[in-house]
Design a protein around this ligand. Structure first.
Ligand code: FPP
Length: 245
């Protein structure tokens, strides 16, 4: 494990980092292993990245674990990924809780069997007082689906059109309790948003690496933080350096 006291952290650590954990299948194939071995290695890596994120002072970590489109994968892989969700709760909850991690879920739980839904909700309840790191697990999550859900709820709540502002929409998203991500990381080199945080990521900085997710280690997370620290976030304005005197 890395020791934050021995490493040099940049000054402006992003408050919220979101990760598209891509490349598990290719990681497995490159080793002649079945795809599920890649996902299991992905979980092992997730454990060390959660620890590192907390040590580096990141307050919110959002991970894309299962998208609304992932149901189209072969049934055995879908089943395996659902089993991983259950295993992570069974095996990791105690340690996450002891390490001050607060678990949250974004997406839709309805498609899971009722006992597993209850298990996820119980895990969220058990860790709700923790505040060292907020871990948003995007499971059965899709950005477009999230916006559709928000529109439906706003209509159901009788919100008038003129009352709808960007902040109203933000309050109806699954992420209403989290700030927008400052930095989005995608592993395995793909240059796609893949329906991830499409509203919230409007002004996020991106870090894309060719490294497959199981190999994305705390050192590379630190590298991503260093790259982020060099970025100038302009939010549509001109560069601070180019401002007229
Ligand atoms: C993308 O790799 C990865 C996924 C769709 C699953 C990611 C899930 C985990 C790492 C497990 C974490 C789960 C929980 C519940 C916390 P890919 O399969 O698309 O890789 P490929 O593009 O190389 O085929």
């Amino acid at each position: 494990m890395t020791n934050a006291s021995e490493i040099k952290l940049p000054e402006n650590i992003p408050e919220h980092v979101a990760i598209i954990m891509d490349g598990n299948g290719r990681w497995a194939r490159s080793r002649g292993l079945p795809r599920m071995a890649g996902h299991r290695a992905g979980v092992d890596n997730l454990r060390r990245i959660i620890e590192a994120a907390a040590e580096y002072g990141i307050k919110y970590l959002t991970i894309y674990a299962f998208s609304t489109e992932n149901w189209k994968r072969p049934p055995a892989e879908v089943k395996g990924l659902i089993n991983i969700l259950e295993d992570v709760i069974d095996r990791e909850l105690k340690s996450l809780d002891e390490n001050g991690v607060q678990l949250r879920h974004i997406g839709r739980l309805e498609q899971l069997r009722p006992e597993l839904q209850a298990k996820v909700k119980q895990a969220i309840k058990i860790t709700e007082e923790n505040d060292r790191l907020i871990l948003n697990v995007a499971w059965n999550y899709g950005g477009r689906d999230e916006i559709v859900c928000a529109i439906r709820e706003m209509i159901a709540d009788g919100i008038e059109p003129e009352e709808i502002t960007e902040s109203t929409v933000g309050r109806y998203l699954f992420t209403s309790e989290s700030p927008d991500p400052d930095l989005i990381i995608r592993t395995s080199g793909e240059m796609r948003v893949s329906n991830f945080l499409i509203w919230q990521g409007a002004y996020s900085e991106w870090y894309v690496t060719k490294t497959y997710w199981p190999d994305f280690d705390p050192e590379e997370l630190l590298e991503a933080l260093n790259v982020y620290a060099q970025r100038e976030r302009r939010y549509g304005r001109i560069s601070g350096k180019a401002l007229p005197r």
